[in-house]
Design a protein around this ligand. Structure first.
Ligand SMILES: NC(=O)c1ccc[n+]([C@@H]2O[C@H](COP(=O)([O-])OP(=O)(O)OC[C@H]3O[C@@H](n4cnc5c(N)ncnc54)[C@H](O)[C@@H]3O)[C@@H](O)[C@H]2O)c1
Ligand SMILES: O=c1ccn([C@@H]2O[C@H](COP(=O)(O)OP(=O)(O)O[C@H]3O[C@H](CO)[C@@H](O)[C@H](O)[C@H]3O)[C@@H](O)[C@H]2O)c(=O)[nH]1
Length: 441
């Protein structure tokens, strides 16, 4: 198929490169010219395993990028992979979706469709949006701007994305499920065709449902996972009070296959570009519907407290005023340079508020912190190190904030007789350290 992808961020770039890899003809429509140039130069605009190779393989042949929306007219289907950020009041900010849908609608105006014996143009919302958004907001904007009706020239579907950062390419190509909420049989059939090589996999389920349910499945999925992590963090906090090792306890609990051992790592809590904003949007949406999501409120407050707890644990052993503290890891999880809502940034802020000097290291995310957090880049009490060893040298204490595999092999010799608070339970052997406070709260 000939596919256009609107928005070339983490999702749009991954989807585009993977669909190109599956043999489709793909064009990315993106407002950021730097991203467009990067993709057309055959390079990846983000750090994601397996992405750069795919872009290098397909750029210039069946993958390219442009700022020009008119190119959607040459395609059969358009995926909207636009941001759906959190507004200041926690609710879902639909401004980027509206703007993208307007530009798309205008570009589709007058495109030959059914009457000219052409198929309807399929528009697929891939962004995470609350129930009612695809049919109640995106559809009407498209109709208004294109002068074409949904079901009579434009087909509409919702196809949420479940990929994780760090494993985005693999998750997209080998998903547990593909969820399709279509407004017509043609739309559902087109998506089945597009995803055929993925749907042939034994381990991938196809869920065909209505649009509203497809929208809600995405939020329910993320709410469930965020709640699981907050629950293991609460159990971890309780374990710490009893002097028990949370990881041993949770490993045993996870043997119950109703629970599973996955997503059971207690520590600094959840961050990233999805869980925080999606849980916030679901809570705000539920309240708007007249329902108080008490459990999700608690899930968030437990998560908010974890960085403070970690720093307090360090403070039990190190007087933080004027201390030099190494922070290992800045990205919100390993395998990505994404620092959105990274718990490491909360740790740094807390350490700074308590008077400590921070020396931070991350294998790939330092540049993003410098660019997106100028207040840290210009803070004389925040330094960035070239290696974990440099960060640890002369430090009075250290925090492991991201579980990068490279940290497993770290020699903590420099830290002998000092405190390392491991916020992610990396594999370092506590016995190798003179003093080691494994984080098991
Ligand atoms: N990041 C993830 O892991 C992930 C996974 C599943 C679903 N999602 C959802 O997918 C959506 C996109 O997320 P993301 O992380 O890729 O966002 P992102 O911010 O990384 O990328 C969005 C891109 O859209 C571009 N853009 C903004 N307005 C535009 C417009 N009018 N026209 C063209 N391009 C425009 C931006 O420049 C940016 O490059 C969100 O709804 C998110 O919740 C994200
Ligand atoms: O046992 C665990 C597992 C995760 N985390 C933290 O939880 C956050 C989110 O992790 P993860 O889910 O792996 O990353 P994301 O890339 O944000 O992916 C989530 O958000 C995406 C965007 O909606 C969805 O597509 C994915 O299915 C969903 O897992 C990170 O800060 C992790 O460190 C823990 O603290 N303990």
């Amino acid at each position: 198929m000939h596919v256009s992808i609107v928005g070339s961020g983490y999702v749009g770039t991954t989807v585009a490169a993977c669909l190109a890899d599956l043999g489709h003809e793909v064009v990315n429509i993106e407002i950021d010219e730097n991203i467009v140039e990067t993709i057309n130069a055959g390079e990846a605009p983000i750090h994601e395993s397996g992405l750069a190779e795919r872009i290098a393989d397909h750029a210039g042949t069946n993958l390219r990028a442009t700022t020009d929306y008119a190119e959607v007219r040459e395609t059969d289907a358009t995926f909207l992979c636009l941001p759906t950020p959190q507004a200041d009041d926690g609710s879902l900010d639909l401004a980027p979706m509206r703007a993208g849908a307007e530009s798309l609608g205008r570009a589709l105006a007058g495109k030959p469709t059914a009457e000219a014996d052409e198929d309807d143009h399929l528009v697929v919302v891939k962004s995470t949006v609350l129930p009612g958004t695809t049919e109640g907001v995106v559809g009407p904007v498209l109709e208004r701007e294109s002068g074409t009706e949904i079901g009579d020239g434009i087909d509409l579907a919702m196809n949420p994305e479940f990929l994780r950062m760090g494993t985005a390419v693999r998750d997209f190509l080998e998903p547990d499920k593909v969820v399709v909420g279509a407004t017509s049989d043609d739309a559902a059939a087109a998506l089945r065709e597009l995803y055929a090589p993925i749907l042939e996999r034994e381990d991938t389920d196809l869920v065909e449902t209505d649009v509203r349910e497809a929208e809600l499945i995405k939020y329910a999925n993320n709410a469930f996972l965020a709640s699981k992590v907050s629950l293991v963090n609460e159990l971890g906090n309780i374990a710490k009070e009893y002097g028990a090792d949370a990881y041993d306890v949770l490993a045993a609990v996870g043997l119950d296959d109703r629970i599973s051992e996955r997503f059971m790592r207690s520590g600094l809590g959840w961050g990233g570009s999805c869980f925080p904003k999606d849980v916030a949007a679901l809570r705000a949406g539920a309240r708007e519907q007249g329902y108080d999501p008490d459990l999700l409120d608690a899930v968030v407050s437990i998560n908010d407290e974890q960085p403070q707890r970690l720093v307090s644990l360090l403070e039990d052993h190190v007087s933080l005023a004027d201390a030099r503290v190494a922070v290992l890891g800045l990205s919100f999880k390993p395998g990505t340079d994404d620092i959105r809502k990274s718990r490491a940034l909360d740790v740094i802020e807390t350490l700074r508020n308590r008077g400590a000097t921070v020396v931070a290291y991350d294998p790939v995310a330092i540049e993003n912190v410098r660019t997106h957090h100028p207040e840290l880049d210009t803070d004389p009490a925040v330094e960035f190190a070239d290696s974990p060893q440099d960060a640890l040298a002369d430090a009075d204490g250290a925090v492991v904030a991201t579980d990068w595999p490279a940290f497993d092999d770290l020699e903590f010799d420099e830290m002998a007789r000092k405190i390392v608070v491991d916020g992610r339970r990396i594999e370092v052997d506590p016995d190798e350290l003179a003093v080691y406070e494994g984080l098991t709260w």
